[in-house]
Ligand binder design. Structure first.
Ligand code: FEO
Length: 445
């Protein structure tokens, strides 16, 4: 059986290549960049990931969680590159919600020697999920302190119920100090770079996820933290969003803060790197403005000292974006022109910014158009009215961007980033991010 390590440099999560995350441990999950709403209530501005993992020990392989059913092919393709089905001894389901158990029935069929391991509160849900009775499902339940031997390594279990379903648990690999945390410490943020030190700014997604998924269960979060905080941790492997390998303990600390009595969003970081933050927002009717946004983000990311994040306004609520913009140094807004105007979500976002100070931040506008292209200058006027600097003239492209025009977009992004960092020779004014430091997860220790 072949062993595959990381995928192509820069985009390890693309394709169907498994990604090594620790010695003998691979990410075998799936990316869902197009998702714009999760569980009907959560908006997902750039999609999500369904993270699953394979752990190889000297006595066999364990699979920890699976993926949503429609992504099963990708999951199995990755799994087959790191293990044969006859090698799989254990399937651990930390949480039975269908986004993690969708591929379970087929995995059990393909790996008949594997034992299913679930939390002590999970059996009723398992039966409902698989529509079967006890006789048809072979499983073991585990509690805190239980462990499974994989030969030269063990999987230990932590009973962490109600994060956010009754069945939830975490699985710990002490030899590699890896915590498979299920939904805990996860977020809906899809980025093929996978690791927290590689992806864009996902603070908003982390906070939003906590606020919507974990916050109702604060007391249970605190109970879980009592089990998690004493663990040596090199890496946290959640079921959604970035894998937390850089300074993972800070995310644990953030959960402790957020689960405290006052819920204050106080900064926990005094020594954040002075990275400047550019947020690229867009709406796109037929994909042209989206392609511009992606090219602009790519161009900006090539400038040292800047962190770029891309958000589709069709998948986001305005209020969290306002907080994000307040802490950012620059925003770029992309809109098509419809009936001589920018589209409503762009105006909604701009009208929401009256409650925060934008003075000194950098703004920019771009968009594809069919006839007259008024949206871009109208957005620029509004940005200036909100006291943003608009140092780079707006970029308008007629209909579908050509390769040459996408190169122009990358140049536009580069010029914008240079204006934000001061690399264009102009004195860069500090935006909200520099004036009001907030927790910076990517830089935390
Ligand atoms: Fe990601 Fe609660 O399932």
């Amino acid at each position: 059986m072949s062993r595959t390590t990381a995928g192509s440099e820069g985009q390890p999560g693309t394709g169907t290549t498994p990604v090594a995350i620790a010695d003998g441990v691979h990410w075998i999950g799936a990316l869902d960049p197009s998702l714009r709403r999760f569980d009907l209530i959560l908006r997902t501005a750039n999609g999500t990931t369904y993270n699953a993992y394979a752990v190889r020990g000297s006595a066999g392989v364990a699979v920890v969680d699976t993926v949503k059913a429609e992504f099963a092919d990708t999951f199995f393709a990755r799994l087959e590159q790191v293990a044969g089905y006859d090698e799989i001894r254990v399937i651990v389901l930390n949480h039975l919600e269908p986004d993690h158990s969708g591929a379970l029935p087929e995995l059990m069929r393909r790996a008949p020697r594997a034992k299913l391991v679930i939390s002590k509160r999970a059996p009723a849900m398992l039966k409902a999920l698989l529509k079967a009775d006890d006789q048809e499902i072979r499983y073991d339940t585990v509690d805190t302190g239980d462990a499974i031997d994989l030969g030269d390594r063990r999987l230990r279990f932590l009973h962490t119920p109600f994060l956010h379903w009754p069945d939830t648990q975490c699985t710990y690999l002490p030899e590699q100090q890896v915590l498979f945390s299920g939904d805990v410490f996860g977020c809906h943020h899809c980025d093929p770079r996978l690791f927290n030190d590689r992806v864009g700014d996902f603070r908003f997604a982390f906070e939003y996820y906590y606020a919507h998924i974990m916050r109702p269960f604060k007391a249970h979060v605190l109970d879980a933290l009592k089990l998690i905080e004493p663990l040596p941790l090199k890496l946290i492997a959640p079921t959604h969003g970035p894998i937390l390998r850089e300074r993972p303990r800070r995310y644990v600390a953030r959960y402790r803060e957020l689960s405290g009595a006052d819920m204050a969003l106080e900064p926990v970081l005094a020594d954040a790197k002075p990275l400047r933050t550019l947020l690229v927002f867009y709406l796109s009717a037929y994909g042209s403005t989206a392609r511009m946004a992606e090219a602009i983000a790519a161009g900006a990311e090539g400038v040292p000292g800047i962190r770029v994040s891309l958000y589709d306004l069709d998948g986001g609520e305005t209020e969290p974006f306002v907080d994000l913009i307040e802490a950012a140094d620059a925003i770029a807004l992309g809109s098509p022109t419809v009936n001589g105007d920018a589209v409503k979500p762009v105006w909604d976002l701009l009208s929401s910014l009256a409650v925060v100070s934008l003075r000194g931040k950098v703004g920019a506008a771009f968009g594809s158009y069919g006839w007259s292209g008024e949206a871009v200058p109208m957005i620029e006027d509004r940005l200036r009215g909100l006291k943003l600097r608009v140092p780079v003239p707006g970029l308008r492209l007629k209909l579908i961007p050509t390769d040459a025009e996408l190169a122009d977009c990358r140049d536009f992004g580069q010029a914008l980033a240079q204006a934000v960092t001061g690399a264009d020779g102009a004195a860069a004014e500090a935006g909200g991010g520099a004036q009001k430091p907030v927790i910076d997860f990517a830089d935390l220790a």
